[in-house]
Design a protein around this ligand. Structure first.
Ligand code: ATR
Length: 304
């Protein structure tokens, strides 16, 4: 953690994080560290904004000339509806976690979705041409399924406890992808399947990537969604959960011979790095942001 701090003066630029609540967020810590390291005269501030004040807060930031903003729960859908232009991923997901204010326009992005692609790239992997299994059909799964579509996965299986919810989500996202302009849709859409956990065996047999996008695993004693012995040792297993750092899924996958596993911290890191690059047009100091995020002592130092 650099010891210097940006001195706030009459030219200091603002980037805001709007959430409700927001005090748990790690984003101010790693964005401010990055701004300091690059000597950018800007500050990243978190604001707890209730849903009924969100439009005022969004427009207020724009009026103040803020560089941009991040949005977290529950504001991502409202932010999407206030943007003038949307990235392809944001159009499909219908949720925006990053906005850049420029030339009177609000341009919306979903860098959460990009984060999963970058997390795979860290393992030398991509969705393109691969067999992907995604667990879950909630908000987290929405972005990941979309990125798998946009990046050209070969086959996509979504497993969910409530099968109709997953069927509806997949059909909706496929339709939204088809509505993109041809230039925004670079790859053919994958073959898609939706299964209950009891029928996941066949999909797991030749899965290149398995991603948990459910909340199962947040509690250490959460029972597994399916028999982890079904996971092939060649599969890369990713859990979007990062606290606990080792979920039961990751522990059991390793016990059954999977050599490649990772938790959701890399998604968090890369969504932030991409947002930084959108706002400032400069390469984000990834290693420094990673150290901030991965070093638990930095968290306690800050809280002290
Ligand atoms: P998020 O926005 O974090 O994705 P969500 O919309 O509440 O949160 O979705 C949570 C996901 O975890 C869903 O896929 C949910 O399955 P259902 O669609 O069947 O509800 C899944 N989930 C949560 N608790 C679960 C449990 N005990 N067993 C199986 N799946 C569970």
């Amino acid at each position: 953690m650099p010891q210097t701090r940006v001195t706030i003066d009459a030219e200091t630029m603002l980037v805001a994080l709007l959430g409700w609540p927001v005090k748990h967020s790690a984003s101010p810590r790693f964005h401010n560290a990055a701004l300091e390291a690059l000597g950018i005269n800007a500050t990243y501030m978190a604001f707890a904004v209730p849903p009924e004040r969100f439009t005022d807060a969004f427009r207020g930031l724009q009026a103040l000339g803020a560089v941009g903003a991040n949005f977290t729960v529950p504001h991502k859908e409202a932010a999407c509806s206030l943007c003038d232009e949307l990235s392809p991923a944001a159009q499909v997901i219908e949720a925006v976690n990053t906005v850049k204010f420029e030339k009177g326009q609000a341009v919306g992005y979903n860098t959460d979705a990009y984060g999963i692609a970058a997390a795979l790239a860290e393992e030398g992997l991509k969705f393109r041409g691969n067999n992907v299994v995604i667990l879950g059909a909630g908000g987290a799964a929405r972005g990941i399924i979309t990125q798998a579509f946009l990046d050209g996965a070969a086959r996509l299986t979504v497993a969910n406890r409530t099968v109709p919810r997953a069927e509806q989500l997949v059909a909706h996202l496929l339709e939204k992808c088809r509505q993109l302009k041809p230039a925004e849709r670079k790859h053919p859409l994958p073959t898609c399947m939706v299964v209950p956990y009891d029928d996941i065996k066949a999909a797991l047999r030749d899965a290149d990537v398995l991603i948990n996008a459910t909340s199962v695993g947040l509690k250490k004693d959460d029972p597994p969604l399916f028999n982890p012995a079904l996971i092939s040792p060649a599969t890369f297993v990713y859990d979007t959960i990062y606290n606990p750092a080792q979920t039961q899924l990751l522990i059991e996958a390793k016990q059954h011979g999977c050599r490649r596993t990772a938790n959701g911290l890399t998604m968090l890191l890369h969504q932030g790095a991409r947002a930084f690059e959108i706002w400032f047009g400069r390469k984000a100091p990834l290693q420094l942001m990673r150290n901030e995020l991965f070093d638990p002592s930095a968290w306690s130092r800050k809280k002290a």
